[in-house]
Design a protein around this ligand. Structure first.
Ligand code: PLP
Length: 395
């Protein structure tokens, strides 16, 4: 099947050949352990250092503020659980220099939004098991977290706020700079999950005003199972795993050198291509949205048109089962999604769409189409050609 059309780039992306090329030597002849003192190890360590440099350049931060992890889920867990654990810790393991972004030390309250990725939602559930209080901010029907609702949720004992930069299901870009300012003014740390925003939104951490930021390589044409957590200097955070002293003692375990090289190469490329890709994809996405809304009765776009990442379109179709729709499209060679990949296969409607106020049946009728580097106008035309017919048959 050579003419399959892949429109599920929010689930994952193919490895960019340039990224693969950068990684290859470190899986083969330059295979050393970055912790070894011999030349093999030093070679790997030097590569790790340059990957950290490259990542720091994109984020506008210091190299020491980049912690490589095993992907977006792990970064989110390290951010939430690591900060919470440090807040409970009797000793200052990683207190950082005084005054430099240090959070208010002790507290029992964490704030997230109601439509975070499962990684943050799940970490928040663990925090509740640990005895923390968690507030979940409401989202508007357009898919936005309002600064006012954060201002109202903040408490004197709030240690951390976590709101994603771009939502994975509806692509809505959140007012992170404003939200972060509110949190930090009240002495809390601010974490953002930027996994879906990378390559679509500028990631400069100072402009965003965030203390912690999660990234994942496989959403930006890098390898799976590797990512990073930006940790602002002075942030009180501890490891959530026991082990070695790698990654400033925050992420023990032998570094995935080829993966990290791939992550950094992918991030640099994504940043380099960001503006041009946005300019190319936005009109294609708009053509798709207008085409669907004009030709399919009972259809709606989930989430505001703006601010939204250029690659994302998410629809609901009255009276249609999203799962069946996906299967039908797949048979026609079109790969899309009914929500987040992790929710696929589950009969539960998307918590994101439910948080935005969609009824259960409408949320279960959702179709997420996410464009990528290989997407052409022909792909969009093909979707517009088959979708009205498929929907009509399903009704
Ligand atoms: N956060 C968001 C917003 C995501 O979309 C994803 C992946 O779907 C993740 C976190 C998890 O990233 P990973 O697949 O690297 O664990």
């Amino acid at each position: 099947m050579t003419d399959r059309i892949y429109l599920d780039h929010a689930a994952t992306t193919p490895l960019d050949p340039r990224v693969e090329e950068a990684m290859r030597p470190f899986a083969r002849e330059r295979f050393g352990n970055a912790g070894s003192i011999h030349s093999f190890g030093r070679e790997a360590k030097a590569a790790l250092d340059s990957a950290r440099d490259a990542t720091a350049r994109v984020l506008g931060c210091a190299c020491a503020e980049v912690v490589f992890t095993g992907g977006g889920t792990e970064s989110d867990n390290l951010a939430l659980l690591g900060v919470a654990r440090a807040a409970r810790s009797p000793c200052d393991r990683h207190p950082g220099p005084p005054g430099l972004g240090a959070n208010r030390q002790r507290g029992n309250h964490v704030v997230i939004s109601a439509f975070e990725h499962h990684a943050v939602m799940g970490a928040a559930l663990l925090l509740e098991e640990w005895g923390f209080a968690v507030s979940r901010l409401p989202v508007t029907p357009d898919g936005m977290v309002e600064p006012q609702s954060l201002a109202e949720a903040m408490r004197d004992d709030t240690i951390l706020v976590s709101v994603m930069l771009a939502n994975n299901e509806v692509g809505a870009i959140q007012p992170v700079a404003e939200l972060a300012a509110i949190a930090r003014e009240r002495g809390a740390l601010f974490h953002t999950d930027a996994v879906q925003a990378a390559g679509a939104v500028a990631l400069e951490v100072d402009r965003l005003g965030v203390d912690l930021m999660s990234l994942s390589a496989h959403k930006i044409y890098g390898p799976k199972g590797v990512g990073a957590l930006y940790v602002r200097r002075g942030t009180r955070i501890t490891s959530i795993m026991g082990g070695g002293e790698q990654e400033r003692e925050l992420r023990p375990g032998t570094e995935n050198v080829p993966g990290i090289i791939g992550f950094a190469a992918a991030l640099e490329l994504a940043e380099e291509m960001r503006e041009a890709e946005t300019a190319r994809l936005a009109p294609l996405r708009d053509k798709l949205v207008t085409g669907v809304l004009d030709t399919i009765p009972g259809s709606r776009l989930n989430g505001a048109r703006e601010p939204r990442i250029a690659a994302n379109a998410n629809f609901a179709f009255e009276g249609v089962s999203g799962e069946t729709l996906l299967v039908k499209l797949d048979l026609l060679g079109i790969a899309a999604s009914s929500g987040s990949a992790c929710a696929a296969g589950s009969l539960e409607p998307s918590h994101v769409l439910r948080a935005m106020g969609l009824t259960k049946p409408l949320a279960q009728s959702a179709l997420r189409i996410t464009l990528g580097r290989a997407t052409t106008e022909r792909d969009i035309d093909r979707v517009l050609e088959v979708l009205p017919q498929v929907i009509a048959e399903l009704r």
